[in-house]
Design a protein around this ligand. Structure first.
Ligand code: RB5
Length: 143
């Protein structure tokens, strides 16, 4: 299950992503928002909450740059969020970082590129092995 959310700056990109998920018969829960203006941390925390409760295993967060969503998501326990503007990073953040939340900026990427990035993210599995040890180190409490 995918949890998806955007602020007002990325509402139309959220629609594009939802259409992609529907076309690929991928189940999702939409955490909004259709409010404008809106506060991205509220949406980021709603999506991350779905992962933390186990209702979703993957999150997609969209805002103007993707950065505010990513910063907020990475403050949530158990979340590894990556903001991606091209598909190479999307692929490798799954392979090496086991990212569970993809963030994108609607003012940075167009709809076509966003779908390519999303496709790369969703189709790539975590490689495990030596990367798991690094993830364990990453997820240690902040020092
Ligand atoms: C909203 O104007 C904008 O600040 C937000 O969408 C996002 O880009 C923040 O990181």
């Amino acid at each position: 299950m995918i949890a998806i959310g955007s602020d007002h700056a990325a509402a139309s990109l959220r629609q594009v992503v939802k259409e992609y998920l529907e076309a690929h018969q991928i189940a999702y829960v939409d955490c909004g928002t259709d409010e404008s203006p809106s506060d991205y941390p509220v949406i980021a925390k709603a999506v991350c909450g779905k992962l933390q409760s186990g209702e979703a295993d993957t999150g997609i967060l969209l805002c103007g740059t993707g950065i505010g969503m990513c910063m907020t998501a990475n403050k949530c326990k158990g979340i590894r969020a990556a903001v991606c503007s091209e598909s190479y990073s999307a692929r490798f953040t799954r392979l090496h970082n086991d990212a569970n939340v993809l963030c994108m900026g609607a003012r940075v990427v167009g709809a076509g590129l966003a779908v390519e990035i999303l496709d790369a993210f969703l189709q790539t599995e975590f490689e495990g092995g030596r990367h798991q040890r690094r993830i364990d180190m990453m997820m240690e409490p902040e020092g």
